[in-house]
Design a protein around this ligand. Sequence first.
Ligand SMILES: Nc1ncnc2c1ncn2[C@@H]1O[C@H](COP(=O)(O)OP(=O)(O)O)[C@@H](O)[C@H]1O
Ligand code: SF4
Ligand SMILES: [Mg+2]
Length: 336
Amino acid sequence: MPKTILEVMDLKKHFTDRKGLFHSLGERHPSIPAVDGVSFYIKENETVGLVGESGCGKTTVGRTILRLEKPTSGKILFDGKDITSIPTDELRRLRGQMQMIFQDLDAALNPKMRIRDILSEAITVHHKIDGAEAGKRISDLLEQVSLKKSKLSNFPHELSGGEKRRVGVARVLSVGAKFIVADEPTSALDVSIQAQIVNLLRDLQKRLGLSYLFISHDLPVVELISHKVAVMYLGKIVEIGLSDRIASRAMHPYTHILWSSLVEKQNKENPQKAKSVQADRWGVFDFERPVSGCRFAPRCPVYESSGRPAICIDPSTEPQLEDIGGSHQVACHFPL
Ligand SMILES: Nc1ncnc2c1ncn2[C@@H]1O[C@H](COP(=O)(O)OP(=O)(O)O)[C@@H](O)[C@H]1O
Ligand code: SF4
Ligand SMILES: [Mg+2]
């Protein structure tokens, strides 16, 4: 029975919005509930996909789990240990075991350093090894991420997007991380390269026994790589289940819309029309909208078609994730 590598309980991360003139003139800073009570777990060798449209809080979940952000409340257990508020020196040790692949291809690559030095720095920060040993480790890493040795003398700007991503993956592996938050690792890449990176991550998982939180706004990519998929909307998980169930038997109206909007996106014959239909349907994504009951209600076709039942917007009956069998949970009063 694989053990649980990561468990998150009722995790919250609320930001204070400091943007805007009025706020700086002394108005109360509104709180942005970027992550608003998220619970899930990841087993060893498992990939959990986290999907949802831009701004719903996916990156904040990843950053807070890795303690790059301080949680507002809730609990994070890594390998059975409570890491919610461990001190900085322990955090440093933890970084050797859990790492993030950042969405920005250049984020972890110092533009003034050659690839060899970027990797060798990452190795020696976390492991006390000499030059020869580091050289051997770098060769192994290059092989693991299928990058040519000749690239070691290049600077990051001399590499293609796919090559930069491979270096990013190698950097994360170099510290020995076994749990990786991969934040939209394919979003900046051409479609053909995307598939290569997904395959690389899957291959590394098998070979090295890695566990991933795989973040993406792209449901088909998430479904392809994940064992389980969590669908997030405005700071909450609204549906979570085994990947093929979420793909074929989604129960939350939002998950259905995520799938159908992708079909529209792929409607290359009439991209303009597809775009306007989508914009209509999504409306404005607004964290500051007062939450009353189900936060998806303003856009929910089921709520509209069933005559706006009060239970959906009653603040005391905000839908909670409920087990519907088959390791599948949904937060909706009228699951499909
Ligand atoms: N450091 C921050 N300060 C204030 N607001 C933030 C900060 N980081 C993210 N947010 C806000 O939190 C919400 C969720 O952001 P994010 O986690 O980046 O979403 P996603 O990754 O799903 O696109 C957004 O409204 C974003 O503007
Ligand atoms: S609880 Fe009501 S408003 Fe919310 S998703 Fe379900 S049907 Fe729609
Ligand atoms: Mg993000």
